[in-house]
Ligand binder design. Structure first.
Ligand SMILES: *Cc1c(COP(=O)(O)O)cnc(C)c1O
Length: 454
């Protein structure tokens, strides 16, 4: 039996797949935060380079990947597609399991797939400096890696609690030449406002986004832009290299999935694997497509679908999405990448149209699944990836109970070697389950009261 399929370098896709060309309903447009009218390219120009704004709105099915980006992709792409037959045995279920290993990139996750083109388009637009935020540090390290390749200065606002608890990601950023500071800072109006209310604020992704956006748009030289690692349409687009490669690799295996699974924070690694297969589903293929999120941050399974801000201080446009409210401060679970209050508008729309099935998983079952994987397939998954694995275990269990054979394909979004502290706490019995209380959902609804309705 073949264990894994590598493609050759000239089989890296030459174009990204844009699901907007095929989805039954497009998401409602982003709205200007001041006027409530659809935000045009000019509104976004101080934040993003025009090439990325165009990718944000284009409805062309295929968007060519620049040669220079392909050259950088070659550092780690194509990534392997692996048959997890040892995990199959461990689960003892009538399932075939395949995973796309996105942990082989320099930063250790799928995030460089979009960090590299984002840095490239900024470079082409003459931008000298990129600001961004990072939660647990994966995005910060990916964009630091990419900026370094293109000679762009990189400033990362890292959520303070993670900055203090997770020094290794910060050191990765430093190694790639970036400047990483704990947010909230006293360098921006947004940061000062938060610190005035709470000098000991642990920070949040929403606050860090506000600081990074502000730092970009207030640069008097006009040579700074902001960069976002998930949620937006152009990020989903870049990540489709994952699914496009996986489709070819499944063909080499002579197989096709019944079930596709990914974990979802802002939605990008999930979308990257799933969107090229959702195209087949729209054309009539029977595939179950599951997005796995934490019960502590149940954006799709319990949040309202609404217009909301992408950040705490209301600087970004209104996005139509599932949301727990822009003021949401998540419980400190270890899957830092899954703690964002919102969800990609494209993923949200596809959930509404019944093409994607969201499911929520408890903290402890995700670690159990991750350890089962590490003890069968060897690689240690990121805590985020463990949510996808919890879904894999659940689907396998159900197949066993029903006596039905299933072929599962999931995205192994990243390795957990910089997150071993989380495993330490798990083994020490210090991790607990956390289900977001109903009051929090009510609070989320209050925080978006009076906003435009999608
Ligand atoms: C950031 C991250 C995620 C979550 O982000 P998405 O945009 O939803 O993909 C998942 N897994 C890993 C390893 C990450 O670093």
């Amino acid at each position: 039996m073949t264990k894994k399929v590598y493609l050759s370098e000239d089989e890296i896709p030459r174009a990204w797949y844009n699901i907007m060309a095929d989805m039954p309903n497009l998401p409602p447009p982003p709205l200007h935060p001041g006027t409530g009218q659809p935000a045009g390219p000019q509104d976004l120009a101080p934040i993003f380079p025009m090439a990325l704004i165009e990718q944000e709105v284009t409805q062309e099915r295929w968007v060519p990947i620049p040669d220079d980006v392909l050259n950088v992709y070659r550092i780690w792409r194509p990534s392997p597609l692996v048959r997890a037959e040892r995990l199959e045995q461990a689960l003892g279920a009538p399932v075939k399991i395949y995973f796309k290993n996105e942990g082989v990139s320099p930063a250790g996750s799928h995030k460089p797939n979009t960090a590299v083109p984002q840095a490239y388009y900024n470079k082409m637009a003459g931008i000298k400096r990129i600001t961004t935020e990072t939660g647990a540090g994966q995005w910060g390290s990916a964009i630091s890696f990419a900026c370094n390749l293109y000679g762009i200065e990189c400033k990362v606002f890292m959520v303070r609690i993670s900055f203090e608890q997770k020094p290794y990601r910060k050191l990765m950023m430093q190694t790639w030449g970036a400047n990483c500071v704990p947010s909230p800072t006293s360098e921006t109006n947004s940061g000062r406002k938060i610190l005035a209310e709470d000098p000991n604020s642990p920070g949040s992704l929403g606050i860090a986004i506000s600081e990074a956006v502000e730092a970009a748009v207030t640069d008097p030289t006009g040579q700074t832009r902001y960069s976002l690692g998930s949620v937006l349409n152009h990020v989903m687009l870049h990540q489709t290299v994952i699914g496009l490669e996986a489709k070819k690799q499944m063909e080499v295996f002579g197989d096709y999935p019944d079930v596709i699974i990914g974990c979802a924070g802002g939605g990008s690694n999930f979308a990257g694997l799933a969107f090229p297969f959702i195209q087949d589903k729209i054309e009539g293929k029977q595939i179950q497509i599951i997005a796995a999120e934490p019960t502590s941050c149940p954006t799709m399974t319990r949040g309202p679908y609404a217009y909301d801000f992408g950040d705490t201080v209301q600087m970004t446009p209104f996005l139509a999405m599932y949301t727990l409210g822009h003021t949401f401060v998540p419980a400190p679970i270890h899957a830092g990448g899954l703690r964002y209050h919102g969800m990609s508008p494209l993923v949200s729309q596809l959930v509404r149209d019944g093409l994607i099935e969201p499911r929520a998983y408890h903290n402890l079952e995700t670690f159990r699944a991750g350890v089962t994987f590490a003890r069968s397939e060897g690689f240690i998954p990121a805590p985020e990836t463990n949510h996808a694995l919890a879904a894999v275990c659940q689907v396998a269990q159900q197949a066993k109970e029903e006596g039905k054979e299933k072929t599962i394909l999931f995205n192994w979004s990243g390795h957990g070697l910089v997150d071993l502290g989380a495993y330490d706490q798990y083994f020490a019995g210090k991790l607990t389950d956390y289900v977001l209380p109903d009051e929090e959902i009510q609070r989320a609804l209050k925080s978006i009261e009076g906003f435009p309705k999608p």
